[in-house]
Design a protein around this ligand. Structure first.
Ligand code: ARG
Length: 593
């Protein structure tokens, strides 16, 4: 069915043609949603048309309004305020909508077609020396919900992950395990693999700090001590051996990484996250190295006397950037050059989004410039979705100080809180233990996910676990509860026909239909703006509106059977949109709670 915006566009153009004999260019017909303080649904801005009508704004608006309402039963009335023609959509239109497209559970979704944009979304991208933390949770939630939203908006989407599985930081945990691990494994310790490896990373760091302190006490400057601590030298040696493919180092690396992957998999499963392809730095850094060496041979990059290779970006207003160290080893940037190149070769994306925290703004700016310099015209298709930092109310989380908020611990805590709350409210008493577990998991995870996703990605935020689970706020559980309430009404009304019928819709009913009518546009806007919070806040508004309606009107006890079946249909549609929208955010909705 044609969307009302297009219908109004056509009606306005026809009015201009019939009234003044000129077919107006499309860009002269500007349609907006009517501002809240005025009566109407859509507004035509008449100013651009005055050159054609040769009449004052009020008169132009009035003549057009009259013509449009006369020629379409979709429009009920109009009002002209200054140069704005406000149109009120008719009951007929809203009823048709409720009886038409809105009935489909996929209402608002577009299917990808031949020509639709190919988008690659990289998210998560952990290092293999420690477990995922709160920042990764925001990252994973943003990336996966964006992927879903863009898919719903009709794009072809590929979700990818980059695992930074090599480098000095990885060697640090390996070294500490070699020194102090005494063969400890996830099996022998009962620890999750990523946590176990993270423990050795922390041990390395403590040993390093002790060494630095004693060197400083012995008279060295702090700078010298930090650069020259023997344990750091050992880690560097290990990295060189890794690059030389020393069998012993490689075996240890493979073993410890395999522990970490097992651990990550579990965390991803719990978060409900999957990828189409996982890229590993240990493979892509080679491609990066080759590209850099070719750039050097072509005279695009240059070599310092010590053998290191650089890109000069001073002409672009930035600094010079190291791409290969003097010993030939590569850096973080080298790897990203190789990864991007490989991905473009495999997928030919129109857009490549990197979901990465804003502390890497400079890195991605440089990446694009380096790729451009190397002659890759697709470099402009890379986009860094730079999100703000997440804190807990207690204060900043810092990885070095060991006060990181661990992702697994946080998910545990959310489920425990959900359980405690429902026990307190006595809500789940008559449910089976399995169902109780499922609901607590859904509510705990829903609280976490929603609270994070309702915030604009660019903004810093504080995750407040207590607030996030409040059934009465702008929270996931509030929306989940609304959904469960809807399902309960539908269960009770089971067997009753759901149809629009002949009667009228009241003001509150129209308002719900109007809001649902916006859903497809919300999806498109969220996809264009790369901002899932638009979907989240839409669902909150819709849930609030529904609860008002539920409070004001009886559904199953409505006056006439016609009204009951109309309201049941409306309620069902609201439920479907909540389920669909929450699905875009990766949040499950419980049938009852
Ligand atoms: N692993 C990196 C980190 O934890 C983030 C990688 C981001 N993605 C990329 N293509 N550079 O800081």
């Amino acid at each position: 069915m044609q969307r009302i915006g297009q219908i109004i566009q056509t009606l306005a153009a026809e009015a201009v043609r019939d009234l003044w004999g000129v077919i107006p260019p499309v860009d002269k017909i500007q349609i907006q949603k009517t501002r809240r303080e005025f009566t109407g649904d859509f507004t035509v801005v008449v100013f651009p048309l005055l050159g054609i009508s040769k009449r004052p704004p009020e008169q132009t608006g009035n003549q057009m309004g009259m013509h449009m309402v006369e020629h379409s039963e979709m429009l009920e009335s109009f009002e002209v305020i200054k140069g704005f023609l406000n149109l009120t959509v008719s009951m007929t239109y809203w009823k048709q909508q409720l009886d038409g497209d809105m009935r489909s559970p996929r209402f608002g979704f577009l299917d990808a077609s031949q020509g639709s944009a190919r988008v690659m979304v990289e998210f998560s991208s952990p290092n293999t020396n420690k477990p995922l933390h709160l920042g990764h949770i925001r990252n994973n939630l943003l990336g996966s919900s964006l992927a879903r939203i863009m898919e719903a908006a009709g794009r072809q989407v590929r979700k990818v992950n980059l695992v930074n599985d090599r480098g000095i930081h990885i060697c640090k945990s390996m070294l500490a395990w070699q020194k102090w691990g005494r063969g400890e494994t996830p099996a022998s310790s009962g620890m999750k693999g990523d946590h176990l490896v993270g423990k050795y990373y922390v041990m390395y760091d403590q040993a390093y700090k002790r060494e630095v302190e004693s060197l400083v006490e012995g008279g060295m400057t702090r700078k010298e001590a930090e650069a020259g601590a023997p344990i750091l030298e050992e880690a560097r040696e290990m990295l060189r051996k890794w690059e030389d493919e020393d069998p012993e180092v490689r075996t240890l690396w493979e073993t410890m990484n395999s522990w970490v992957y097992k651990g990550f998999e579990e965390t991803y499963r719990r978060l409900g996250i999957t990828f189409d392809t996982i890229y590993y730095e240990s493979e892509t850094f080679r491609f990066g190295k080759e590209i850099v060496l070719k750039g050097l041979a072509d005279g695009i990059l240059y070599r310092e006397p010590d053998g290191s290779v650089w890109a000069d970006l001073t002409a672009e207003g930035l600094d010079r950037k190291l791409l290969l160290r003097s010993d030939g080893t590569s850096v973080y940037m080298t790897q990203d050059v190789g990864t991007a190149h490989q991905r473009y070769g495999e997928y030919g994306f129109d857009l490549h989004i990197y979901v990465v925290g804003n502390e890497q703004d400079y890195h991605f700016k440089v990446l694009v410039l380096v790729l451009k310099k190397l002659g890759f015209e697709w470099a402009d298709r890379l986009y860094h979705l730079s999100y703000g930092m997440v804190e807990l109310p207690e204060g900043k989380m810092k990885s070095r100080e060991g006060t990181v908020v661990d992702a697994d611990d946080l998910m545990d805590e959310m489920e425990t809180t959900a359980r405690a709350m429902s026990e307190e409210l006595g809500k789940l008493e008559d449910y089976s233990p399995e169902e109780r577990d499922r609901i607590c998991r859904q509510v705990g995870m829903g609280a976490l996910k929603y609270f994070i996703l309702k915030v604009d990605p660019k903004k810093n935020m504080t995750f407040n676990p207590v607030e996030s689970i409040d059934f009465n706020g702008n929270t996931g559980p509030f929306i989940q509860y609304t959904y469960a309430r809807i399902q309960s009404v539908l269960r009770k009304g089971n067997g009753t026909a759901m149809k629009v019928g002949r009667g009228e819709l009241n003001e509150k009913e129209i308002q719900l239909v109007r809001m649902i009518h916006d859903y497809p546009d919300i999806i498109t806007e969220a996809a264009d703006a790369l901002n899932p919070s638009l979907v989240a806040n839409f669902l909150y508004d819709l849930s609030k509106e529904f609860n008002q309606f539920y409070h004001d009107f009886s559904i199953l006890g409505a006056d006439t059977p016609d009204q009951v079946s109309k309201r049941l249909l409306l309620v069902k549609v609201v439920g479907q949109v909540i389920e669909s929208g929450m699905g875009l955010l990766g949040i499950e909705v419980p049938q009852r709670m």
